[in-house]
Design a protein around this ligand. Structure first.
Ligand code: 13P
Ligand code: SF4
Length: 352
């Protein structure tokens, strides 16, 4: 972010006040931040990570206040996994991931009912980018959740639990993961969730059904964008997030979670030119951190939900954590949603 001198002194002031409050609150405070947060915010976090790493941190935290700098489904996941005496806060409760919004829980419940009525033992597997209500349905139907870092492990697990998996809401992550596992195309189908009458027997007999959601940021990237940069000489490297279209992933050298992309950049040879297809806060940070490499965004842009978390809002949260509205999950659905998340953590524990 670029500041003029007045903005810059204001920002320094905010920064110093946050630093002082962190010192004052000491071990009663833990600040977590997703890789897509701006540098202004990320400089203040105790733990930075992808959505899996951040979720795994929660059960081990003893802080009274957990401040989550990320989008609301991540803060809700933290609230589900935190101890009852801990308070989870998010600097802006309106930071909603648009992909999570593509799977309203009532619609998901109706779809699961319809698949069950067709005689299938359906196991729902929700990407963590989903509402608590959807996670609760996963818990209720014996399913679980996954992140982009463990989707292959969790999809393999889910396919062993029933005779059909409903993967939601991100069809791209679902299809890219199915490709990794070598699941044949004829076993897969993207559901038209608005028109159940469009489902014939053939669709309902598939082993893997996808909800038709996408991330508006990663959806912007098209195969032509990759083909264009691949014309450069010498040929550059292309790293993308698995929320991208399968045709984009097929052209890339690496497809990985945000932490997977960070690792791939670290391991790339000095002097390499790398185009990265994911959110720009992360891409531009990597470019600054690895000046021995030439790193460029492929053009996904910024996630407006992540941008809602600002340094000023973080300061407001820390100035009065007891007055700031805490992240609450509906007690009706919390136990089943927690079960789905704990199943994921247990499956991951078993793979160590
Ligand atoms: P990661 O799980 O890779 O951190 O990604 C989360 C996300 O929202 C990507 O758009
Ligand atoms: Fe959601 Fe896409 Fe933003 Fe990730 S980048 S939080 S999937 S809108």
């Amino acid at each position: 972010m670029c500041f003029n001198s007045k903005d810059s002194s204001m920002s320094d002031d905010i920064s110093q006040r946050i630093t002082a409050l962190r010192r004052e609150l000491g071990s009663s405070l833990a600040i977590l931040g997703h890789h897509y947060q701006s540098d202004d915010v990320i400089q203040h976090v105790d733990f930075q990570g992808d959505s899996l790493e951040l979720a795994r941190r929660i059960p081990g935290l003893d802080a009274r206040y957990i401040v989550f700098c990320g989008v609301s489904f991540m803060a809700e996941t933290a609230a589900l996994l935190a101890k009852p005496e801990q308070t989870v806060l998010i600097p802006d409760s309106k930071a909603h991931c648009c992909m999570a919004g593509t799977a309203p829980d009532r619609r998901v419940a109706a779809v699961l009912k319809r698949i069950t009525a067709a005689g299938r033992k359906v196991i729902p597997l929700a990407y963590v980018n989903s509402s608590v209500g959807v996670k609760a349905l996963c818990g209720r139907y014996g399913g679980s959740v996954c992140t982009s870092a463990n989707a292959a492990i969790m999809l393999k697990w889910a396919m062993e639990q029933g005779d059909c998996v409903l993967f939601l809401p991100d069809k791209n992550l679902g299809m890219n993961t199915a490709d990794l596992l070598g699941i044949p195309n004829q076993d897969q189908a993207v559901l038209n969730v608005r028109e159940e009458s469009a489902w014939n027997e053939d669709i309902l007999a598939r082993r893997l059904l996808f909800w038709p959601g996408v991330c508006a940021i990663h959806f912007r990237l098209k195969p032509e964008d990759v083909l264009l940069v691949l014309e450069d000489k010498p040929r550059p490297l292309v790293f993308v997030h698995p929320e991208c279209d399968p045709a984009v992933v097929a052209l890339a050298d690496v497809s990985g979670s945000t932490s997977g992309i960070i690792r791939a950049v670290r391991e790339a040879p000095s002097g390499a030119t790398i185009y990265i297809g994911t959110e720009d806060n992360l891409v531009l940070r990597l470019a600054r951190l690895h000046q021995d490499k030439h790193i460029y965004p492929l053009g996904a842009g910024y996630c407006s939900a992540m941008l809602k978390i600002t340094e000023q809002k973080l300061l407001d949260t820390l100035e009065n954590p007891d007055r700031h509205e805490s992240v609450r999950v509906d007690p009706e659905v919390a136990p089943d949603a927690r079960k789905a998340l704990e199943t994921m953590l247990a499956v991951m524990e078993g793979t160590k």
